[in-house]
Design a protein around this ligand. Sequence first.
Ligand code: SF4
Length: 419
Amino acid sequence: MPHPTPGGHPNGTGTHPAHGLSGPGRPPMDFDRAPFLVIWETTQACDLACRHCRASAQPCRHPDELSTEEAKSMLERIREFGPVIFVFSGGDAFKRLDIVELTRYGAGLGLRMAITPATTPLATREMLQALKDAGMSRLAVSLDGSNPGIHDEFRRVQGSFDHGLRILREAQEVGLTTQVNTVVRKNNLEDMDAMCQLMTELGIVFWEVFFLVPMGRARPEDVASAQGFEEVFHRLYDLSKTATFDIKATAAPQYARVVTQRKAQEAADAGERPDADVLTQGAHHSLKDGIGRARNVNDGDGFMFISHLGDIYPSGFLPVRTGNIRTDDLVEVYRHHEVFTALRDRGNLKGKCSVCNYRPRCGGSRARAYAVTGDYLEAEPYCAYVPPRWAQLVEQGRVPDDAAYFAQRQRAVTELPLL
Ligand code: SF4
């Protein structure tokens, strides 16, 4: 698996990560200039009522959602970044009647188009065919359990699991490449082995494993522990060695740290030099549709989110509004807004992330830091790793241990005004 631009050295202490796309001949991307992907929350309307929903989805569309013409103008401005990945998210994108038209428009501009519809009957085979014909590259479906019982309980609609499998099958039949998104939470940890097995049977090119951020409908008690995260990271890394699809951990850049640690250990065991790349095996599978994946994407750093009303955020899980496409230029906001530039400078990080030897490759989830502490530059609260320098400071009594550190900062979040 060739990688043109390896990330920073695992023991490096630079403040900004090396960025880049996977795949042969692809130049590295400069995330100060352009995101790797932009997600648009097409609507909050959705027939599901999932327990974790970031959008707290509603049954009906908001009257002030972006119009078709506004969405087209947005796509034109996004093309200024280059042929980035553009994702229709929701709510359920199929609640909008103009998705095929907007797909054709975006693909015509040269954007790489993807969609994550809800697993409902609205995703008909005819609609999938129309999307394919309009230039859609990839379709992602959410599966949050290895069987209907676990998934449907989480999504709170019976039949959602079966629709997910049907949509995957029909999307593949019409020629779309497919991806599964899975939310890792406290009460599906024991299902992860079965999930890994299920993924190998679905014909997908990409498995995006999302580690819950306690916002929207997701509560802190739904989030697995840092140790629970760690166990899933190792399971994913093991799977990545034989999987016929690529695996990505979302809202968990600590996975890059685990990959680096495992590769270093394996190289040491074999008496070889460690592989400097943080991507796991299989990245070429997700290049089949030209979408691929990038290293080191984090909130506001290679990533941008636009709400159904046009508000601009560093990600869908970091609710710090930085502008609105109706009044602000989204390219300028991404490149120059102080929130985006602060997020891209890992020298700004606090707590143990500030002294971590994996900071250039990881940096912790900025969204989870914000959700737990109210400060998007704070340390990642769900990382089991203690950097050697931080351990030294704890031992010297100059900083508190993790439990006391986050207990102090968790109190602060209760004092924040509601957004
Ligand atoms: S301490 Fe922070 S930067 Fe280091 S591995 Fe954990 S989350 Fe990543």
